[in-house]
Design a protein around this ligand. Sequence first.
Ligand code: TRP
Length: 460
Amino acid sequence: MRDEQTQTQRPQWGSRLGFILAAAGSAVGLGNIWKFPYITGENGGGAFVAVYLVSIAVVGLPIMLAETLLGRMGQSSTVGTYAKLSSPRSGWVLAGWLGVLAAFMMLSFYSVVAGWTLHYVWLALSGGLTAVDAEHLPAVFNALRSDGPVNIAWHVAFMALTMIIVLGGIQRGLERAARVLMPALLGMLAGLLLYCTGLDGFGPAFDFVFGFHAEALTRDGVLEALGHSFFTLSLGMGAMLTYGSYMRQRDDFITTSIAITLLDTGVALMACLVLFPITFSYGMEPSAGPGLVFQNIPVALSTLPGASSLTVIFFLLLTFAALTSAISLLEVVCAYFIDERGWTRRQATLVLGGAITLFGVPSALSMSAAPFMADEHGLVGRNWFDSLDYLVSNWMLPLGGLLTALFMAWRVGDEARRVAFDRGTSLGGAGQVYLAWLQLLRFLVPITIALVMLHAVGAL
Ligand code: TRP
């Protein structure tokens, strides 16, 4: 009875483009512009980028297809989909729960970083960035990082924005926001890239990003590259599954997933080719860590006419990119309580958004308040913020992806899977593509993830 209701009343994207924009909006976020360049810098460049690109192609894309297809078949949140396609008492339901938990944890620190971008919008607006030169920008960033109350205030502000959009629901909230903001971000990034090709540092930067310097890559680096391919494509916790469940059944999910993957990877590489030329031109460090984008962009823009407005625009767009990602994280958590527990969207958004905001406070304090900042007190030899990032990005997402692959390949009924697959693609000869994809999910994807994990713990 309730099932029938959810079937007919379940919200949907208004159009295929709406899904593409919202899913791309989820994928393209701080992961591409803030995180990818700085972890590339920390891991020595080229070899790390190569492992990341391979992970995107052989692991990321097949899992993205699996997630969107599971969402269409289950027509439910991540927990509900696992329950429906196996059985409510099955252990697979835990895989859904893992996703809800990961989304909850991730949003709590993601929002802190998004808060920094808001702070930089404000700094640029109030002229606080134009007066400083390259040497002092790290100090500006460190001052922000270690100012607890300011971190909390921006984190709360960003969570409030996220909650307002999620309250608006699927079409009016999520889709409308992505439709405007994504193209603006892309345009701005392309403009910056053009400018950076003219810098002296472009040559060395290009070599840093695309030259294969294998010696720089560590065990943890390989795991990080794999984990990041999940992070950046919004995989491994059921976000694409949830978004896929709102997709109209007749829309093609294969070309859509490919488009999203290409767009996401393109933005990440563009961000590197913007940030590293600046790094090398101004004698800064590629391994500057989480402050990289916050230190480089103001320097590069400072030489241009209208520097402060450009800086405002850049950080505003970065905030928007973060927002379209954050709403997908909150949506994963809310969808469970709406679909499975019968909460209203309003209840779910306010209660869960509020809980995530509270849970994010230690992350906001990770550079200023003793209990959360000490590396040795943190969970895994890192401060609170870094511990959460490490656990979620490097372990929970790949594990979630592994379970998604195994579930789709070995547990879901072949007939139902084939029908759903056929219905959802305009690629002729779905037979071949289908079989190739299934083989990847059966063997290559899970084995690769398992090997990388074993390698990371030193067992290989
Ligand atoms: N992909 C986003 C980024 O790159 C982050 C993100 C949003 C995410 N939703 C997700 C990551 C779901 C994993 C799962 O910034």
